[in-house]
Write a protein that binds this ligand. Sequence first.
Ligand SMILES: Cc1cc2nc3c(=O)[nH]c(=O)nc-3n(C[C@H](O)[C@H](O)[C@H](O)COP(=O)(O)OP(=O)(O)OC[C@H]3O[C@@H](n4cnc5c(N)ncnc54)[C@H](O)[C@@H]3O)c2cc1C
Length: 512
Amino acid sequence: MIESNGRHLLDSRIKNVVIVGGGTAGWMTATALARTMGHQLNIRLVESDAIGIVGVGEATIPAIRLFNAMAEIDEDEFLRETKASFKLGIEFQNWGKLGDRYMHAFGQFGQSLGLLEFYQFWLRARQEGVAKPFGQYSLTEVAAQAGKFARLSHIPNTALEGITYAFHFDAGLYAKFLRSIAEGIGVVRTEGIINSVERRGEDGFVQSVALESGEVIEGELFIDCSGFRGLLIGQSLGVGNDNWSHWLPCDRAIAVPCENGPKLRPFTQSIAHQAGWQWRIPLQHRTGNGHVFCSEFMSEDEATDILLRNLEGKPLADPRVIRFTTGMRERAWEKNVVALGLASGFLEPLESTSIHLIQNGIAKLMSMFPDKSFNPALMDEYNRKVAFEYERIRDFIILHYHANQRDDSPFWTRCREMAIPETLKTKIDIFKATGKIYRDQEELFVEIGWFQVMTGQNIVPDTYHPMADAISHQELKYFMSDIETIVARTASGLPSHEDYIASRCTPAPVAA
Ligand SMILES: Cc1cc2nc3c(=O)[nH]c(=O)nc-3n(C[C@H](O)[C@H](O)[C@H](O)COP(=O)(O)OP(=O)(O)OC[C@H]3O[C@@H](n4cnc5c(N)ncnc54)[C@H](O)[C@@H]3O)c2cc1C
């Protein structure tokens, strides 16, 4: 009895996983599954050199470090292999009004007192005329602005946080780097174009994929990482997309790399133009640039021209156009196919969230790993969690567009006047009225992230939480100025971003 139950358990386990696609999504998935479940899975990955990868997607958020740690990647080796730089946040220019500039820096600011977050004390200090700009209470932001960096988890002898960081990296090199790890731990790669997908008669589950070469690859679980085309989830299983372009109308990006400018900034720049915005992502060997725009308000030629006029160095390739529709799959997991990466949806890279969504999808899939019965309740729960996360990030991105005061182009007027999701409207209304950011526990962006963007876009409440009155004006003044002084003094002792990278990227001399 025990034996037959045991056998039943083993028989129901998934053994053969097929990953379709070898971009960032495909190789992240392959590496993660091989590291954690390689002992029981045969993992095959199919990718086509002729089709290639999207090749953008180079700015991340700090959670990427958890992924790298799980994959047992040495950070300095990663820096060398992917020509990465450190990222401490994103600087937004021209988003509220033309000429405005603010930063969404990672990590915590200042120090909470009792139960109350620091930003509430800052709101009070601002009213009482003793507040410096919010960024001056964060070592991460002050270091970013000064072009400095070191790994420092907290400021010594204080309760203040040190530097919270993510990376900018070369997407092609990252996929290559992950591939070398994944293949080293058993993932089998097949190169070629998949030209048909075979489904089971009785339930429509995907059974195998066939390549142009005639090879057929069978599996029990298929991960669709085929990019925008969604080869399995969309083309074969017919799962459609929720279209969010009425809220996020940008539908094109022009991308071009260029030579680096004089300084290697440890942050991404996002510069708003007349009908969209431009990214600058500095890497060790080049800067990645792109102009995301709305084709209803601007032609591709005009957008290309604006981008080329705003490069900081000589272009290193011809500009290329990427077309997209913002939205997400109605279901990211359907039958025995789980879509990750661009196959599961697209949100423009304003807050560098797509790679994080891949990482999170992988983490959820691992924790909810199915057996051959593909329990429908499990799949529903996965889809609910993925949708929740997409929708809250969507709201955060809409906030940047909606809370603008620009009067120089019809695009910005449209964004300001458009109806927004109720979830976002509620957040803005509560903040305006009470100075408090409310968020659900599972949301990606923390209160301080929302706070920086709301105030950066000139939504500043006239009030603050009454608990901030628990200290006297004098105490508040000293509290604020102590933090500012400690942060400034610590930042002044840090090495430059360039020097720090150079010290980590020079391989140790080989012993004779
Ligand atoms: C303009 C733009 C800017 C972005 N910037 C950022 C950013 O700064 N930060 C961030 O986190 N994300 C960003 N992203 C998103 C990020 O690029 C993607 O999430 C990431 O690259 C993952 O892509 P992917 O692996 O899903 O798809 P792709 O890179 O397109 O890979 C698809 C894979 O599927 C394979 N394939 C497809 N069809 C077949 C077939 N028939 N047979 C065999 N193989 C096939 C291809 O060969 C390829 O290997 C950006 C996206 C865009 C469009």
